[in-house]
Design a protein around this ligand. Structure first.
Ligand SMILES: *Cc1c(COP(=O)(O)O)cnc(C)c1O
Length: 324
C-alpha cells in the first residue's frame, strides 16, 4: 500500500464502549457497542477530524493558504474545517446554504468563534457560489484549497479505511455489524475499503441521512474504488455490495421527527450518550427500528459508529429537544 501524507491531530484511537443498558432497553438479544468518533478532538470532535488529517496535509503540500468548503448552516464539516484552518494557520471561507438566519447558534456560532469568513449562497446554487468564491480567492492571491462537500474525496475517505483498521485492532471478536450515518459517503467508502484491506468480514451498514439508496450506493462504490486507487490498490466495488438503508429519511435533511427525538432521548437516558439531531440521531433511529423489526439475528454484536455532531443540539432550531 502507498502511504499518503497525513498530519496527526485527531485523538486516536477513539474508545470503543459497550452499551449494556441500551442493549437491555432494546430487548437484550443483541450486544451493542459504540465507537466514539464524537471524541476525535478538534473543536468538539466528529468524523471530519479524521478526514481533515489527510486533507490538511494535502493543502500544506500544495502551498495553500486558505481553505474553502461548503455545507448546511449547521454543518459539522464546516465547523471542523474552520477549526483545522485556525490550528494550522490557514484562512477559511465557508459557503453555507441559504440565507443568513436570524440567530447565531450551534455550529454556526462556533464557525464565527473560529474566525471563518462566511458566504451565504442565498437562492443561487451552492456549487456555483463555491466555484465563484474559489475563483475570487484565487484572483486575490489567497492560494485557496477546495475541500469538497463533507470532505468526501479519496484523500478524505482514506481516513476511514484506517479507522476500520484501528477498530479491528481494538475489538475481538469482530462485530457482526457496523452501523452509522451516511451522507456524502466518504465515511462509508473508507469503511468498506478498510474492510477489504484489513479483513473485516462483518457488514457495513450506512443509514442514509438524505439520499436514496441508489444514489448513495453508486457514490460510495465509486469513491471506495478511487480511494483504493489513491492508496495504490487495484480493487473493484459494485453499488450492489454497498449496504445502505434509506428508509429513515423522515421529513428531509435536518428535520427532527419523532424517531430521531426518541433515539436521542433513549441514548441519552440509557447511556448518557449525546447524539445529534441531523446525523447520528437519524442513524440511531434507524438502528432502533431495525432491532425492533428483528432485522438482526439474536446474539449478534452491533457496533454503532458515532460520527459526532452534538454541537447542533444547541442550535436554536432544535430547542424543542429541551422539553420533556
Ligand atoms: C458528515 C457527517 C456524517 C456523514 O458522513 P459522510 O462521510 O458525509 O457520509 C455523519 N455524522 C455526522 C455527525 C457528520 O457530521
Amino acid at each position: 500500500m502507498k502511504t499518503i501524507p497525513r498530519l496527526r491531530f485527531a485523538h486516536l484511537p477513539t474508545p470503543v464502549e459497550p452499551l449494556p443498558r441500551l442493549s437491555a432497553a432494546l430487548g437484550g438479544q443483541l450486544r451493542l457497542s459504540v465507537k466514539r468518533d464524537d471524541l476525535t478532538g478538534l473543536a468538539m470532535g466528529g468524523n471530519k477530524t479524521r478526514k481533515l488529517e489527510f486533507l490538511l496535509a494535502e493543502a500544506q503540500a500544495n502551498g495553500a493558504r486558505t481553505l474553502i468548503t461548503a455545507g448546511a448552516i449547521q454543518s459539522n464539516h464546516c465547523r471542523q474545517t474552520a477549526a483545522a484552518a485556525a490550528k494550522f494557520g490557514f484562512g477559511c471561507i465557508l459557503v453555507l446554504a441559504g440565507d443568513q438566519p436570524g440567530d447565531v447558534s450551534g455550529n454556526l456560532l462556533l464557525d464565527h468563534l473560529l474566525g471563518a469568513e462566511i458566504v451565504w449562497s442565498g437562492r443561487v446554487e451552492r456549487e456555483k457560489v463555491l466555484q465563484d468564491t474559489f475563483q475570487n480567492a484565487w484572483a486575490a492571491g489567497r492560494r485557496p484549497y477546495l475541500i469538497p462537500y463533507g470532505g468526501s474525496n479519496p484523500t478524505g475517505a482514506a481516513a476511514y479505511a484506517f479507522a476500520m483498521q484501528e477498530m479491528l485492532q481494538q475489538v475481538d471478536p469482530q462485530p457482526d455489524w457496523v452501523v452509522f450515518a451516511s451522507s456524502s459517503g466518504g465515511t462509508q467508502a473508507g469503511l468498506v475499503l478498510g474492510a477489504r484491506l484489513f479483513g473485516y468480514t462483518g457488514k457495513v451498514l450506512g443509514i442514509s441521512v438524505d439520499e436514496t439508496s441508489t444514489v448513495l450506493q453508486q457514490r460510495v462504490a465509486a469513491l471506495a474504488e478511487a480511494t483504493a486507487d489513491l492508496l495504490g490498490e487495484n480493487l473493484a466495488f459494485t453499488p450492489q455490495e454497498i449496504l445502505v438503508n434509506a428508509g429513515y429519511l423522515g421529513g428531509g435533511y435536518g428535520v427532527l421527527g419523532d424517531p430521531e427525538r426518541e433515539a436521542i432521548r433513549m441514548f441519552a437516558r440509557s447511556e448518557g450518550l449525546m447524539l445529534d439531531p441531523v446525523y447520528t440521531g437519524r442513524a440511531a433511529a434507524g438502528l432502533v427500528d431495525l432491532v425492533r423489526k428483528n432485522y438482526f439475528s439474536a446474539g449478534q454484536s452491533i457496533l454503532f459508529w458515532h460520527t459526532g455532531g452534538a454541537p447542533a443540539l444547541f442550535a436554536d432550531r432544535y430547542d424543542e429537544l429541551g422539553t420533556v
